[in-house]
Design a protein around this ligand. Structure first.
Ligand code: ATP
Length: 859
């Protein structure tokens, strides 16, 4: 009610102060009438003369055309003539539809001016013309005599009264639990729009429910959109959708704690947050942040398009601004997103541009200062240089953030977010490479590149791959490239204004790097020269630095431009600029062009030492292929241990004349099946042995190696940690005895391994097995019944034997076995039973063993 009271107080003040004309901007004629009636009653005015577009002069009470008006001419210019003789004392002259009536109507304007002059001279403070129209049109000739007022939209109390009236009329009942939501839903609309909406909903249902409440909200979106100054933005993003901008996100999270518990915070003396200005580069997430803030604060988001506020009539821009802001206030609590704020202050053209700008700014700043409703403003701007300094001064907004191009950490996060949205997994994703490739990209560029790669994958009918992503990134011309000068300018300004960076400190901004590149301290220049985010032009400058360490840092920089590297690599030996150390650095830089390196190798410019270094890190396949056939074995040996060689390259190396190259390859954990198949047949046992120990070898190839007669191959197989059980069985059953013996000596042997070993075991192997600590019951039994006495004697020594097996051994009656049992610390039998036999018993036993018996001899 406060705003409306303010309006009526202002109306009265202006009337009494002698304003010849008051322009009320409103489409709500009935509410204007009510306010005028209250003014009439309060000041005891005699009458209100009303004119409207349809009928000319009408009766203010019943709106019927007045019959006493001469002629049928109802147009304003004629109607005004009637007032020349009228009694203007203590009266209001109400002109409705003022804009269409006055627009392009020179005669009406001239006659109105005469009337205003008359009022000014003779009736100041007792008569005013009240012009009413939805849009403002104040002709320049009467501008000085007109005061502009706007009728505020119905506040919560007025809306509540309208709901009560709707219920009393039997139109619509609003349950208590939906009352607040219904009032919020209807806030921001004119009384007639509310009336219409209630009638519409009343036709659908007698009692408001959540579903019909949605209809209200939907209709409201339409009405707000129709107003042309505000748009309700639907939000489907959350905090995790922003990659990076950690400072800004953290700040918003903190504000959300206050905004979500605003009543409690206000009671504790906490001021409601006013808003934030987010300035910075296009496509870097400013709009995204406004939407995320709405979801974080759980508030509706109203977008104010500054461009649409600007009107051609005097006062129209300010009025539109006023209207938008008051609409936002009635919708509050809400977020008002003032998009492209700088538009209000630049490129308005026309002679009065600066005046309008100043007034708009003034109005906006005052509103920001005085606003009481819970409207949180998020203003976004690209060109901060266009914003007036008073807007950037501390205190206007709670904080001003600068959003720059994403740094490497942020680019990775943005890539992950957009790849995550695609719900496709990329096999062997090399994120760090993608991050480097999109150095100059804004968030929108990264999103576009991912979308492009996805579209191409779909068109090809393939899955999303690293290559498709790299191609899409490389075919995108980043914004920073196109706007390089502007970017530099903005970033310098950002430095100068000391705006708070939205991103966490993760390196220098471009502006800082430009500054540091010219620093007299070479350590600082070196730091910039090795920064992967350093712009190309700065690197080119630093490549000519008087300090050698700075130049070296440039050539070592992973983002050193190809142009710079090519120039260095092309310097001939005879040139005074030739520098072996710098040449090496340039050649080893991942950005060095492959074709140039190959040519230099062919020309003999790159010596074997450097070729060895290249072999450790060359990324391009063509260059790797070149190195794979290098005349120096050392180069090929270096290459053969790399884990990232493709199959063609491996096949080349598998055929290498140098045994070490092949051996290295056989050891390589990324060995392809094709190359391994070749190496299985290798004439050198060392190569085959290396292969046999390679845990990635397929079962088929391992089975082939089992048949290898070479002991070292078998030994390597045995020690292969990922030996398949079928291969192991083959090996333990049919392998060379030396290999089986080596295996049998292992501390850990499973039961099946023991049984396999026993299958074709000779005495030596059995003896090795007998001492094993954890022999299975079956193996113990089989060894205890072995015809070889030495086997049984050795077994009898084993402390891990079961009582049952010890009995079997004892019952065997062998003297040596019994003696061994007696010495066994794990003996579970009664020693008395094991007491040595008499000599005769012993001889008999011996004879028995020889297949004789005393009886048979006797016979
Ligand atoms: P403009 O000034 O041109 O309006 P802007 O700074 O408002 O640009 P946004 O519209 O927010 O940029 O960004 C465009 C799109 O780029 C976003 O919808 C989002 O998909 C993507 N994007 C930009 N920055 C980020 C980011 N930091 N994290 C994730 N996505 C981002």
């Amino acid at each position: 009610m406060k705003s409306k009271k303010n309006f009526e107080v202002k109306l009265e003040d202006h009337f009494l102060a002698g304003a010849p004309a008051i322009y009320i901007q409103s489409a709500e004629e009935a509410r204007v009438d009510q306010s005028l009636v209250r003014l009439q009653d309060k000041l005891g005015l005699k009458r209100i003369h009303e004119w409207n577009l349809g009928h000319g002069w009408v009766d203010f009470e019943n709106k019927r055309p007045l019959s006493n008006v001469e002629s049928g001419k109802t147009e304003l210019e004629h109607a005004l003539l009637a007032l020349l003789d009228a009694d203007l004392e203590r009266s209001l002259i109400l002109i409705k539809g003022a804009r269409p009536a006055l627009e392009h109507n020179t005669l009406a304007i001239a006659r109105l001016k005469q009337l205003l002059n008359l009022i000014e001279r003779h009736h100041a403070g007792e008569c005013s013309v009240v012009l009413v129209s939805e849009a403002v049109c104040i002709p320049a000739s009467i501008e000085a005599q007109v005061t502009l007022l706007s009728l505020p939209l119905p506040d919560r109390k007025e809306i509540k009264a309208m709901l009560v009236q709707a219920e009393n009329n039997g139109q619509l009942t609003v349950p208590d639990n939906l009352n607040d939501l219904a009032i919020s839903g209807l806030s921001g609309l004119t009384a007639s729009e509310i009336g219409q909406l209630l009638r519409m909903v009343g036709r659908q249902t007698r009692t408001l429910d959540k579903k019909t409440l949605q209809t209200i909200l939907h209709e409201k979106e339409q009405i707000i959109a129709k107003s042309g100054v505000l748009e309700m933005v639907s939000v489907d993003v959350e905090l995790s959708d922003i990659g990076g901008l950690e400072n800004l996100k953290h700040w918003l999270e903190q504000r959300s704690t206050i905004i979500r518990r605003l009543d409690e915070a206000t009671r504790q003396g906490v001021k409601a947050p006013k808003g934030v200005l987010i300035a910075g580069m296009p496509g870097c997430g400013k709009s995204l942040t406004a939407k995320v803030a709405a979801s974080l604060f759980q508030l509706p988001l109203l977008r104010l398009d500054i461009g649409s506020l600007l009107g051609k009539y005097v006062g129209e821009s300010e009025h539109n601004m006023r209207r938008a802001l008051s609409m936002a206030e009635t919708v509050s609590p809400c977020i008002l997103w003032v998009d492209e704020l700088e538009k209000a202050f630049v490129g308005m053209g026309g002679g009065n541009a600066s005046e309008v700008t100043a007034r708009l700014l003034g109005y906006f700043l005052t509103w920001m200062q005085e606003k009481t409703g819970a409207v949180f403003v998020i203003a976004t701007a690209n060109d901060i240089s266009a914003l007036p300094p008073e807007l950037l001064r501390k205190g206007r907004f709670d904080e001003i953030f600068y959003v720059g191009f994403p740094n490497a950490v942020e680019r990775e996060k943005i890539l992950s977010i957009h790849l995550g949205k695609s719900r496709q997994t990329v096999a062997e994703l090399e994120m760090s490479k993608l991050v480097k490739l999109c150095r100059d990209y804004c968030g929108a560029d990264i999103e576009n590149a991912v979308n492009e790669a996805l579209a191409n994958a779909f068109i090809n009918g393939s899955a999303l791959t690293q290559q498709l992503l790299e191609d899409a990134i490389q075919s995108t011309i980043p914004l920073r490239e196109t706007l390089r000068d502007q970017v530099g300018k903005y970033e310098e300004l950002f430095e100068k204004l000391k705006l708070r960076p939205a991103s966490e400190y993760q390196g220098h901004s471009v502006a800082q790097m430009i500054k540091l590149a010219a620093d007299p301290n070479h350590v600082k220049r070196e730091e910039v020269a090795s920064n992967p985010d350093c712009p190309d032009d700065q690197l080119e400058k630093l490549a000519m630095d008087p300090q050698r360490s700075v130049i070296k840092a440039v050539y070592e920089n992973p983002r050193c431009p190809e142009r710079l590297l090519s120039i260095r690599i092309n310097i001939p030996k005879c040139s005074p600029q030739y520098d072996l150390e710098l040449l090496e650095l340039a050649c080893l830089n991942g950005n060095a062009p492959e074709d140039l390196l190959i040519r230099q190798i062919d020309d003999g410019t790159i010596d074997s030492k450097l070729r060895i270094k290249l072999a450790t890190q060359a990324k391009g396949v063509t260059l790797q292929q070149k190195l794979a056939t290098d005349s120096e074995a050392a180069v090929r040996r270096t290459l053969s241990i790399r884990k990232d060689l493709n199959e063609v390259l491996q096949t080349t190396l598998a055929n290498d004349s140098d045994q070490v190259v092949r051996q290295n390859l056989a050891n390589n954990r990324t060995l392809s099946d094709g190359a391994a198949e070749q190496l299985v047949e290798d004439k050198h046992a060392k190569v085959r042995a290396a292969l046999a120990g390679n845990p990635i070898l397929s079962e088929t190839l391992l089975l082939k190696l089992v048949l290898d007669k070479e002991v070292s191959v078998g030994a390597a197989l045995i020690s292969n940690p990922s030996l398949a059980s079928s291969v192991k069985s083959q090996l333990l059953e049919n392998g060379a005895s030396s290999i089986k013996q080596a295996f049998a000596r292992r501390a850990e042997l499973t039961e099946s391994e023991q049984l396999l070993l026993l299958k074709n075991a000779d005495t030596a192997l059995k003896i090795i097995l007998t001492v094993h600590q954890k022999l299975s019951k079956e193996v113990q039994e089989r060894l205890a019944n072995d015809p070889e006495q030495s086997v049984r004697v050795n077994l009898a020594n084993n402390p891990g034997l079961t009582k049952e097996i010890q009995e079997v051994l004892m019952d065997g009656g062998d003297y040596g076995v019994r003696q061994a049992l007696l010495r066994n610390p794990g003996l579970l039998l009664d020693k008395v039973k094991l007491k040595p036999k008499s000599l005769i018993e012993h001889v008999m036993e011996h004879n028995n063993n020889l297949g004789l018996s005393i009886n048979s001899r006797r016979r």
